[in-house]
Design a binder for this molecule. Sequence first.
Ligand code: UDP
Ligand code: MG
Length: 309
Amino acid sequence: MVFLSIVVPCYNEEESVGIFLKEIQNILPGKGFEVIFINDGSSDNTLDEIRNLANENSNVKYLSFSRNFGKESAIYAGLKNASGDLVCLIDADLQHPPSLIPKMIESIVHEGYDVAAARRVSRKGEPKIKSFFSHMFYKVFNRISRMDLVEGATDFRVMTRQVVDSVMELSEYNRFSKGLFNWVGYNTKWIEYENIERMVGETTWSFRALVRYSMEGIIAFSTVPLSIVIFLGFIFSLVAFAYMIFIILKYLLYSDPVQGFATIMSVILFLGSVQLLSIGIVGKYLEKTYTETKRRPIYLVKESNINED
Ligand code: UDP
Ligand code: MG
């Protein structure tokens, strides 16, 4: 059994993996650790690079997916195959400074924390608008999920075996790791660091992808949007009822002939949109239930140097 397993999701990181491993070896001299690279269906030479590293270093393990399953799936696969007493989760692109790892281990071993996680305090080199939406996301998410996500919290963390086993018990198909890590609880020490721009390669997160990711997170951890639909229905029925009384009275008192094409059109169009929106929200939850009930595997391994159990 090794002391520390380092789990590294990699998608098109051919330039990063080698530098990453060197960096880790500098920071953690000795052999008390294993590095598990998860090749998430890269279309470049990431797999060849990882294979070479594994041939040269006996403590390098890898899993290679049959296609790109996404970072969340890669995290799940990595944690599942990690055998260490402590497990570190970190990005391959060196945006998560490996120099923090000894401090994280220290916090767990000597200060008694269960998790030591990195928190990005500055968002240097990021467009203002992105930071703004990110800030809004945390506010809304925490409000409606009754959880307490820390702003700037990253996946970069060291966890005890107990925490990893707990996370593994959440075997859902739609994985929102930020939420899952928070959901399991335990004592977390937050270690702050400044944002570091990507060294090589490119981020795979477009703005659209981030918006989709936020929506998935909210759907996975909150059913408040469903309550909002009910609330809207309730409010609209009250308004509709009041308006109906108004029209009846108006007819009785003034015997006004039926008129008001504009009013009718506005009401029909407005309510129609609200209905479509509501069906959409309900549909999103149904979609998640649907994908969950299929119970498809979270990832498929094509090649590996770990004996999978
Ligand atoms: N990653 C992955 N699968 C994907 C996308 C990304 O395993 O489909 C990995 C990627 O190789 C990197 C980490 O997840 O190690 C973070 O990705 P990226 O740097 O693109 O995200 P950002 O740092 O911009 O949040
Ligand atoms: Mg990155």
